[in-house]
Design a protein around this ligand. Structure first.
Ligand SMILES: Nc1ncnc2c1ncn2[C@@H]1O[C@H](COP(=O)(O)OP(=O)(O)OP(=O)(O)O)[C@@H](O)[C@H]1O
Length: 227
């Protein structure tokens, strides 16, 4: 018996006005699978990830998470599904500058109606898992790029998503910090059985995936199963 895919992107198309970025992309990601999206600059990697995350709405095609077509849901359920089933890590963390790391990580839980003390407890647990519990009360500006990215990983995973989408997650830090971050990201997702889709220019990141999907000019150029 095959399990329901964690993420199914079907015939996705997207254009920025006349600039066509995605030309019919179909990708199925299994629960727990790690997929690297690679390809030259401008081939559509970030657009694909942003469509999967619901940051952009595709012009055509569907995005299904845990078997549920997101466009078929009423707005409120769709937002809830995104908040609870999808974790997103962007290149520069995108933490809220005025909030402590603990409050940043607690935010998705609070938005989902959790009580403050429970959300804070889970946030600190996650900060501990990604190795920065000591910085729970610091604000992002007091921390290194690697530390803020760890907090961004904690924030993406705190709701227990079935899919984590990461856009150049190590792109803003040096290669040593990048390797550490990659380990944290892989461990955090694999431990929880979450699928991970990461957009990357970095060969090391791509090589650590189960499968690499290479894009060219808004289409899939080829796919390679790595393990
Ligand atoms: N906001 C935008 N407005 C107009 N065109 C855009 C916009 N964002 C991206 N594009 C165009 O869409 C195409 C795909 O861009 P996208 O950012 O998805 O590629 P990418 O593979 O992620 O590139 P990179 O590796 O440089 O981040 C490119 O031609 C790009 O110029």
């Amino acid at each position: 018996m095959t399990s329901t895919p964690a993420l199914e992107l079907t015939d996705l198309e997207y254009a920025y006005h006349r600039n066509v970025a995605l030309r019919g992309i179909t990708v199925t990601v299994a629960p727990g699978e790690v997929v690297a999206i690679t390809g030259a600059s401008g081939c559509g990697k970030s657009t694909l990830l942003h469509c999967a995350a619901g940051i952009l709405t595709p012009d055509a095609g569907t995005v299904a998470v845990a078997g549920q077509d997101l466009a078929a849901l009423p707005e409120e359920q769709r937002s809830r599904m995104r908040r609870t089933h999808i974790g997103v890590v962007l290149q520069f963390g995108q933490l809220v500058p005025d909030l402590s790391l603990a409050d940043n990580v607690a935010l998705p839980l609070l938005l989902d109606g959790a009580d403050r003390a429970g959300a804070r407890r889970s946030a600190v647990e996650w900060l501990d898992r990604v190795g920065i519990a000591d910085e729970a009360d610091a604000v992002p500006a007091q921390l290194s790029g690697g530390q803020t990215q760890r907090a961004a990983i904690a924030r993406a995973l705190v709701t227990g998503p079935s899919v984590v989408l990461a856009d150049e997650p190590t792109g803003s830090v040096d290669s040593r910090a990048g390797q550490e971050l990659l380990k944290v990201l892989l461990r955090s997702t694999r431990d929880r059985g979450a699928a991970l889709v990461m957009v990357t220019h970095d060969n090391l990141l791509a090589a650590s995936a189960d499968r690499e999907i290479r894009l060219r000019d808004g289409k899939i150029q080829h796919e390679v199963t790595l393990r």
